[in-house]
Design a protein around this ligand. Sequence first.
Ligand code: MIG
Length: 785
Amino acid sequence: MLEDTSFAIQPDRNPSQTPKHAYYQPGDLLDVQETEDGFRFVCNHAYVDLDLYRSDIVRVNMQPSTHKVTPINSRAVIQSASKDRFRMIKDKEAITLESSKCKVIIAKHPFQLKVINEQGTVMCQDNSKGMVFSQRGEVAAHKVMKPQDRIYGLGEKSGFLEKRGESLTMWNTDVYAPHNPETDPLYESIPYFMVVNKGEAYGVYFNNTYKTTFDFKTDSNNYTFSAEGGCLEYYIFAGPSPKDVIEQYTYLTGTMPIPPKWALGYHQSRYSYESEREVRDLVDTFKAKGIPLDAVYLDIHYMDGYRVFTFDPDRFPDPSRLVHDLKEAGVRVVPIVDPGVKKDVEYEIYKEGVQGDLFCKYLEGDIYFGDVWPGASAFPDFTDHHVRKWWGEKHRTYSDLGIEGIWNDMNEPAVFNESKTMDLNVMHKNDGTPLSHRSLHNIYGLLMGEATYESMKQQLDGKRPFILTRAGFSGVQRYAAVWTGDNRSFWEHLQMSIPMIMNLGLSGVAYAGADIGGFAHDTNGELLTRWMQVGAFTPYFRNHSAIGTVYQEPWQFGEDYEATIKSFIALRYKWMPQLYSLFNLAARQGLPVMRPLMLEFPEDAKTYQLNDEFMIGDNVIIAPILMPEVSERAVYLPEGQWVDYFSGEVYEGGKSHLIYATIDQLPLFIRQGSAIVLGNTGASMESSQNELTLHVYADEKSSYQVYMYDDDGETFQYEQGVYKEIKIDMKCLNNAVHLDVVHSQGDYVPPYDKLEVVVHGLKEEQDVYINGDKTRHHDIGDLSL
Ligand code: MIG
């Protein structure tokens, strides 16, 4: 590879060189016009449109005045301009556009903008370079980066949580080489980031599907985001808190649907379980060992010669019976579906694709062929809605068998060649506006996800589909969970998975996880066990490993590791009611399930670059051991008092503690003065939620609201009101703990009719009142629903 020689450092590759092309700024403001949605600022070289998408979301779009750049529908944005309008206040030097939540101040000579939040703080601000375009079509925005600004989001990136000092590129790429801190880009492109400054935050979503770059590195006081082409169109989220920014971003690009409960259980995968016999034996072993399991994955070996929508008749002679029998045992089957369609004139899918003009083609009319698993393959053009529909329909092969989950891989799209992807000159149909692969590459996976999710939803007739994807773009959360691709069985990759999943969560992708145990390379019992402890609390919980590596099912490394792994899988199921409520919040408000401490404590500087701890919701901290042969670590606990979930010991917050955790232990803390709802442990999702317990961690001064959500876990009936949502106010005083149901809504009748209440840390002098009635057994009571 050229990258491995001195060619990599030839003079013209030096990024510090001055740009080759001339860049133009809008220049001086000449005129302001009212448009359908907002205002147009007409300047010397460009015009800039400013619209409100909500009172706290400002859209900025620059167009050169000499030539019109065709706007590209990224499919990420699902909202349109709001009916709320800016109020315009003109004065000599500046124009102010005001909404109820923010202000945009526009300097006239030259045109420059800055956004001020509700609290009067200057947030997003052009520097003197400002917004620019080149005659070759590149665009960029240069903004001020304040000394205390911290950068988060940017989707799936390696390295640490906070990204100041990094320059990151968005270009969906299949990276099998080890993911190092500087390995960029990876599979997903989420051109969005959040800037947090002493607790106040704003966000920027750059709605551009070309290769984009986010540079927080070159200049220590400024940052730049730029694209190879397309429009300089971006949305500014006014915050003012980090949570507000996530809510604003996911308002614009959508939230995840509530997953089926089975998709939140433990999943076992391997590249590949190669035959029906092997799959059955695997499931039997889980059953025999009493290890809960909700899904098994079929990797590429299930197909007939890697032809999608087929089964190998020798390896999988009766997929219908297999799927049926496994479902009887409470286990779903999730097959892999890659986009590449084998070039084979006797293969129905290929024939249909050619005859129906459904594959990606060059402008001149030839089909593009690339090498992937099946050899020379054609690729469906998902930018065309006929193709999305056709591809979706093909999933009847699976849904007719009773399959409810699909795993989309290789959808960057990955191709086995030097560029790792499709020829950039391919001309996509793009629903009537043909555009090059160079301009649409980053949304290929998103559109495959849309095709798959929407059709599976139809075919499952009221049941929720589960889609897992490797590639995606902003908005991918509407269709699929994301796994972070080909990591390795390295402790470093366990460490890196935590900030990576947290940043995905800050970027709208609440449902994400890494290959537990590591994909490539050989894992070992200790690494797998520590990784399982983390995985039990990551939103997506799947163990997956590569061909040729040691098998890494829970029992592969001896009884001691097996017992510990089993106990943590069981813990996941016990925590499912708590997690499910948090997934509902992700579906409604976009808030992540797994959160960096920064999100809950944005004023605490010690949380800003905390990579080895995470939160579940707003009151639980997990501080896993991430190193071999280590059984103690420093754990930073923010303000408040924190209760060790396992031992009950109370730790003072606002400082670090040395915490011991042998291989069978995970440091897990609940904030005192809050509560969690846990279930019992069953063999699969369905059986783990029959009896629920509200665990209250009492102190003498706190108020908290418990949020609980439940529904049937598999249908869309909740959209018709068949769910249960409960809010319980909790108030701790010197002499009492009060629990009052202040909200109970929905028609769902759960399998339990009460919450058992257990109050931890109750003082002699304190009595517990549930809806006003004193409990009979001091710290134990019932809260009937
Ligand atoms: O080029 O389907 O990331 O999870 O097991 C490898 C085989 C293709 C890459 C995925 C991995 C999957 C593997 N795939």
